[in-house]
Design a protein around this ligand. Structure first.
Ligand code: FAD
Length: 483
């Protein structure tokens, strides 16, 4: 048998389900990655994610070359194309004369439609399409309630998940043992990998940010995080502290294996490890929510919440622009937006704060914020992003109750008490005494003058008053309360 493995969001040559199955069941295996025009053409010309993928692809190609060389296949490597994936993959399969295409599941609605099209075309060509679970520990209908229904509340889901997980689900997929099946690159595809420019993109600041890329970058971040894992629950809420793992982007593009992370978290006996494991389970939870309740991708999970009337018109657009550009006058919110705009990362605590602010202080539709995050987060993942936004908007499956409204000032005082994070991302406010750094509108004229802060000039006055916004939100959400 000859097979073709199609890499997508699983950009690693170790512990990869589809690669394992292809190598194990075929005598010859070709490897392909397609820079999909259907996705890339819609992106801005500078996009950190494309650059991250570009680096990951170069490394994956090298890893496959090295694997081949170790197993008497010196010409092995990755075929890299820039095309419409939904057509080109089946064409390539025909051209290479493979019996089957192997790939890993992608659960996003557009990806499902793409895969259905590829599978149908392969079927017409008499070729098989085999797809595997790789991205999560448990998918779709693997963890169900006693009544065989999908869970929509996290804690019972987590308990059932923990009860079910065992070595079988966490064992790495062997690659080395079967790597002699890797085929040499066909002559036509022995070309240099396309440069970022050839793909139509310009370099971002990814290199300056020193975000480690590729599977080796995932290893670097993991090695850095492991000694910190036991302290995770104490450190994870403070944006100026190196608490989290920063592995989100690697999980997104599969440059790290979720099985490996779960194994490491389960091996360590500490509260930090247990809390971090919980976060990894949240990721599975939201992935199964998207699979089982696809309406949530565009509508409120709880349909009543689509009756809420969000702000609209020019004033809403102006408020949204202020939020996007970090000009709300609330320092923690603005510093958080500066972080995402400058780096593509935002700390989890801040994601909750700015999401709550957009929905419950500005009265804007959560989908606006969701879209902005989708465009800017390096680790953007439809399921987790949608889950996070619907949690903040209270419309989600296991969401924050609608009457719980974060106070952006007290969140700031609590989670950035010494103002280190705010000062880093809002240098204009750096000279303010810490007690007013969280609320510059309360600073006295001498304090403002000494710090060279001119409210309404070099730093905005608050775009809304939190107490008034809070009252308005409770009224806005009353339509939900009545049902
Ligand atoms: P760590 O704290 O080290 O956690 C490890 C991993 O666990 C993360 O990489 C992630 O894969 C998973 N994880 C952690 N928290 C959550 C969570 N609440 N829900 C689901 N998975 C979680 N996460 C994304 O991966 N992509 C998104 O697009 C995304 N959008 C979000 C939007 C909002 C409004 C909110 C409130 C949260 C969002 N999250 C998203 C969840 C979380 O903020 C990020 O996963 C986390 O901040 C990534 O940083 P890290 O890798 O250092 O995480």
């Amino acid at each position: 048998l000859t097979g073709l493995i199609w890499f997508r969001r699983d950009l690693r040559a170790s512990d990869n389900a589809a690669l394992h199955h292809a190598l194990k069941s075929c005598a010859h295996v070709h490897c392909v990655f397609v820079y999909d025009r259907a996705i890339l053409d819609g992106l801005p010309r500078v996009d950190r994610r494309v650059e991250f993928i570009h680096a990951a692809i170069a490394e994956l190609h090298q890893s496959l070359q090295a694997l081949g060389a170790q197993h008497a296949q010196p010409g092995a490597g990755l075929i890299v194309l820039h095309d419409q994936a939904d057509e080109r993959v089946a064409q390539l399969a025909l051209e290479l004369g493979v019996e089957a295409v192997f790939t890993n599941h992608d659960y996003e609605p557009q990806a499902l439609a793409r895969d259905a099209k590829v599978q149908a075309q392969l079927g017409r060509q008499g070729q098989a399409f085999h797809s595997f679970k790789d991205h999560v520990i448990f998918e779709r209908a693997e963890v169900l309630t006693l009544a065989s229904k999908p869970y929509s509340v996290f804690t019972p889901y987590k308990n059932a998940w923990l009860k079910k997980v065992d070595a079988y689900y966490l064992s790495p997929y062997a690659i080395d043992a079967h790597a002699s099946a890797l085929s040499a690159l066909p002559k036509k595809y022995k070309t240099k990998l396309p440069s970022l420019e050839a793909l139509g993109f310009e370099p971002s600041n990814l290199k300056d940010l020193k975000i480690p890329t590729g599977a080796s970058g995932g290893e670097t971040l993991l090695a850095d995080f492991l000694p910190r894992m036991q302290a995770y629950q104490e450190t994870r809420n403070f944006p100026s502290v190196k608490g989290p793992s920063y592995l989100g982007v690697h999980l997104r593009f599969g440059t790290v294996s979720i099985r490996k992370l779960v194994q490491l978290a389960m091996k360590e006996d500490s509260e930090g490890a247990a809390v971090w494991l919980s976060e990894l389970i949240w990721r599975d939870f939201y992935a199964q929510i998207l699979s089982n309740f696809p309406h949530a991708a565009s509508q409120a999970f709880k349909p009543d919440y689509d009756r809420i009337e969000w702000e609209s018109g020019a004033s809403a657009k102006a408020l949204f622009a202020a939020w996007c550009e970090g000009r709300t006058g609330y320092p923690l919110v603005d510093a958080a937006m500066a972080q995402i705009n400058q780096t593509g990362y935002m700390h989890n605590r801040l994601r909750m704060v700015v999401a709550s602010f957009l929905v419950k202080d500005l009265g804007l539709d959560w989908r606006w914020g969701e879209r902005y995050f989708a465009q800017h987060l390096n680790d953007f993942d439809l399921a987790s992003n949608n889950g996070g936004w619907q949690w903040a908007a209270s419309s989600g499956c296991d969401a924050q109750p609608y009457f719980r409204i974060f106070n952006p000032t007290s969140q700031s005082e609590k989670f950035d008490a010494d103002g280190k994070f705010i000062r880093r991302y809002l240098p204009v406010l750096a000279g303010l005494p810490t007690k007013v750094l969280h609320c510059p509108w309360l600073a006295g004229p001498l304090e403002l003058a000494a710090a060279d802060v001119r409210l309404g000039d070099n730093y905005p006055l608050p775009v809304v008053k939190h107490d008034e916004a809070r009252a308005l939100t409770l009224t806005r959400y009353a339509v939900v309360k009545k049902t």
